[in-house]
Structure formats: structure tokens, C-alpha cells
Design a protein around this ligand. Structure first.
Ligand code: 5GP
Ligand code: ZN
Length: 365
């Protein structure tokens, strides 16, 4: 494990709210005199109905992160966490929220809301503050970019889907260097993407040609939806697929065969998260081997999803996967290089150089 900790690594699939450790959430609540309000959550203890419990957990996090100050503090905490893991590139995803501004007299009947752009700019401020001290604190500067998430759980009509997408596209236009892609996430039980979300995305497909999408795919068994997503990959520039836990064989074969003429498809594996949502007891039954070394059109990455929710970290995720499938150090390095190639960062050559430099000068333990 220590050997993996010392390796440079990439994180391509981490949700901001889910990446705040539970300890940090409790600390923030205690400062408000409200520490007892948070019951620590152990999803490994009881895996029944796991996905629903995960979404209850995000509601709990939202009750802690209720203003821009809390957002900034928690983002800084997440950045520190990944830098301490020797993560050289963090592609952090989040769906921008609006917070109530408490009014002067404490009466919030007509409370104003902060804007989604303020949310993004607060995250940007946290990244800048983190960068100002990163070299001194960690010995290297972790690159950070943002993916803005479309939350399928909040889609109730094609109009509401378009409204979410358009908000995100507007924000991306304001911060094109920071926002490098779109994520589609949210509760897959809430509704299928067929009636509203996919048609809305297709209506804006021109916008995604320069702004790639990563899509949470086949988290629950739904062959029809999986096929629709795979059918849309070219049109929507869906360059990466998250989880693919229950991807039907037919779809998997199409992805292995290759979708894009100019590059591979990124497959984002999140070992603990996949195990919990699939309700399997060990990684032995994980679908990693369906993809590993099966095609040069596949770019694998190993990620955490939500370190707070799943009480895991990047090194332990890679270690557990490497142990379960007897991966060598070179295999682990090969996966990191695949992750670099599937990153949405505009300068993957720079990430490659950074990776090689850090590989040849490991930290003194
Ligand atoms: P946020 O967008 O608030 O920074 O991160 C939390 C959100 O990420 C959740 O509300 C949920 O929509 C999404 N998310 C986090 N983990 C998962 C996951 O495992 N599956 C899916 N589908 N969505 C997730
Ligand atoms: Zn996810």
C-alpha cells in the first residue's frame, strides 16, 4: 500500500460533496454547535438497498454545506486530501447549487439565493488558494479541473433538463479554462434518461463537440437505457463511461470495438463504490476483468467516486484492485497512463511529463 501511496496518480471520478470526509463534516457541524446531528455512515456494514442509502447521504451533506463559506472550506479540504495522496491531476465534478442568503433580521420569508455561478467561482477561489501554497505543502502542484454535473434526479421534463444543461453551458463559457467537461450523474432509480434527458442533450449536441461528456452508465440493470447511451456516444461526444457495472455484453462489445476514430473510450472504475452499489461482498466479482487488456480502444482509470461516503481513498482503491486481480506495479502505472489519455485536461502531454517526473523522483518516506 505504501508503494502505491508514493506513486503519482490521477483521479477522474470524484464528486465534490461525496469527497468531503465524514470527520470534516462533523467538525464543521461541531463548530456550529450541531455535531450530534450527523450520524456517521458506514455503507460497508449494511449493503442492502445501498444506492438509495447513498442518495440519502448526499442530502445529509447538503444540510451541512449550506453557504459559500462552507463550500470553500470543504473544497479546500477535498483538494488537500487528494494532494496528500500524490494525485497529480484531480478532475472534480459537482452540480452547482444555490444557497439561501440569511437576511439581516433572521426572517427568511423572502430570502435571496446565491447564484450557480457564485458556486463555481467559490470552487475556483478554493483552487487558487490551494495552489498558492501547494508547492510548499506538498512538493508539487496538483492540477485541478472541474466537470459540471447534470443531475438526472432533478430532471422532471425536457424543459427542466434543458434548463440544467443551459445553465451549465453558460457557466462553462464564463470559465472555459476551468470547466473541461460535463458529467451526467444522479439517482438512476429516479427516472430513466430516455424521455427527457437524452433528447435534451441531443438538442444541444453541437455544444459538446468541444466539451466532452462522461456519463454514469449502467449503475443499475437497465439494458434499454444502456443501449441508448451507447448509441449516443458519438453524437454527444461521450468520451468516458462511469461504473458500467451492469453494462450488457452487447454494449460492452461495441465499446471494446471502439467508438471514436481519434481515441479510446475512458472506463472509470470506482472499486468500493461499484462493490457497494452492486451489493457484492468482494472485488473478486468486480467487472474489471471485462475491460482490462481486452482492447487498445479502452482507457481505464481507477477512481474513488466519493471518499467521504465510502470511507476510502485513492491509494487504497488502487491497492485493493491490484491485490484482487494480481496487478503488478507496471500494470498500475499503465492504468495511470491510460487515465492521462482519457483526462479532459486540455494538455495531457503536460500531465504525462508531470507523471514521469514524479515517477522518477519518488518522495522520501
Ligand atoms: P455534488 O454534485 O453535490 O458535488 O456531489 C454529489 C452528487 O453527486 C450527488 O447528489 C449525486 O447526484 C452525484 N453522485 C455521487 N456519487 C454518485 C454515484 O455513485 N452515482 C451517481 N449516479 N451519482 C452520484
Ligand atoms: Zn459517480
Amino acid at each position: 500500500l505504501e508503494e502505491i501511496r508514493s506513486l503519482p496518480k490521477l483521479e477522474l471520478h470524484a464528486h465534490l460533496s461525496g469527497s468531503i470526509t465524514q470527520q470534516k463534516l462533523i467538525e464543521m457541524l461541531e463548530r456550529r454547535g450541531d455535531g450530534a446531528a450527523f450520524t456517521p455512515f458506514n455503507c460497508k456494514a449494511d449493503r442492502s438497498n445501498a444506492l438509495a442509502k447513498c442518495f440519502d447521504y448526499f442530502a445529509k451533506v447538503a444540510s451541512v454545506i449550506t453557504d459559500l463559506d462552507a463550500l470553500k472550506e470543504s473544497t479546500l479540504h477535498v483538494l488537500d486530501h487528494f494532494a496528500a495522496e500524490r494525485c497529480i491531476y484531480l478532475e472534480l465534478r459537482t452540480s452547482p447549487k444555490q444557497f439561501k442568503v440569511s437576511s439581516q433580521n433572521g426572517f427568511d420569508g423572502d430570502a435571496k439565493l446565491t447564484s450557480k455561478l457564485q458556486y463555481l467561482e467559490t470552487v475556483r477561489d478554493a483552487i487558487q488558494e490551494f495552489h498558492s501554497k501547494a508547492l510548499q505543502r506538498f512538493g508539487f502542484i496538483m492540477e485541478v479541473r472541474i466537470l459540471l454535473s447534470v443531475d438526472r434526479g432533478k430532471v422532471t421534463s425536457k424543459e427542466s433538463a434543458l434548463a440544467q444543461i443551459d445553465d451549465i453551458l453558460e457557466m462553462q463559457k464564463v470559465h472555459p479554462d476551468l470547466v473541461v467537461g460535463i458529467d451526467v450523474c444522479g439517482n438512476p432509480h429516479a427516472n430513466t434518461v430516455k424521455p427527457y434527458l437524452l433528447p435534451a442533450l441531443l438538442e444541444r449536441s453541437y455544444a459538446f463537440q468541444k466539451l466532452p461528456i462522461t456519463f454514469h452508465t449502467a449503475e443499475i440493470p437497465d439494458d434499454e437505457e444502456s443501449e441508448l447511451i451507447i448509441d449516443s456516444m458519438l453524437k454527444l461526444n461521450i468520451r468516458r463511461l462511469g461504473h458500467v457495472t451492469y453494462l450488457p455484453d452487447k454494449c460492452r462489445r461495441r465499446v471494446l470495438h471502439g467508438i471514436f476514430a481519434d481515441g479510446g473510450v475512458g472506463i472509470e472504475i470506482c472499486p468500493t463504490s461499484n462493490m457497494i452499489t452492486k451489493e457484492i461482498p468482494s472485488l473478486d466479482d468486480h467487472h474489471f476483468m471485462d475491460w482490462w487488456q481486452k482492447s487498445d480502444k479502452i482507457l481505464l482509470s481507477v477512481n474513488t467516486d466519493d471518499v467521504g461516503l465510502f470511507s476510502c481513498d485513492l491509494s487504497s482503491e488502487i491497492y485493493d484492485l491490484a491485490t484482487a486481480f494480481r496487478l503488478s506495479r507496471q500494470d498500475v502505472i499503465s492504468i495511470q497512463r491510460q487515465a492521462i489519455r482519457s483526462a479532459f485536461h486540455p494538455d495531457t502531454a503536460r500531465l504525462s511529463k508531470m507523471f514521469d517526473d514524479m515517477l522518477s523522483s519518488p518522495p522520501k518516506l
